[in-house]
Design a protein. Structure first.
Length: 132
């Protein structure tokens, strides 16, 4: 794997036991792994690591997706997720718009009026290009 494809792993809240000096009768942990490629090797490694010692559930998987590029518009690789794989009834999806992905869906998300006006022009340009 390239450095850009290394999984990002975060351990979530865990629980179990009654006190640090008592062996727990049960425990639970959540692990979040974000990938930019095939998840099967990571799934297999997690199941193998757990062996017979733990039950492994995969509760959510949003696959890596390569989206359509539009001529004349810059593209990027984003290490973020999108709901686009779930939006399959509307044809071929595009992902573009104003603002910064680095603050999207946070309390710091904002958009200047200038960016909104530029986005309208961008959407019109893209629509016309796709219709031609």
């Amino acid at each position: 794997m390239d450095d850009d494809q290394q999984p990002v792993t975060r351990l979530g809240p865990d629980s179990g036991g009654r006190a640090p000096n008592v062996i727990a009768d049960k425990a639970e942990a959540q692990v979040l792994v974000r990938l930019v490629g095939d998840s099967e090797p990571v799934r297999a490694a997690l199941i193998e690591a757990a062996g017979d010692l733990a039950e492994v559930d995969f509760t959510l998987e949003i696959p890596f997706v390569r989206l359509r590029a539009v001529d004349g518009l810059p593209t990027m690789i984003a290490k973020f997720t999108t709901d686009i794989p779930q939006l399959t009834n509307w044809g071929e999806p595009l992902l573009l718009g104003p603002g910064s992905i680095h603050v999207a869906h946070t309390p710091h998300e904002k958009l200047a009026k200038k960016e909104l006006k530029e986005a309208i022009e961008l959407y019109i340009r893209v629509a016309k290009q796709l219709l031609s």
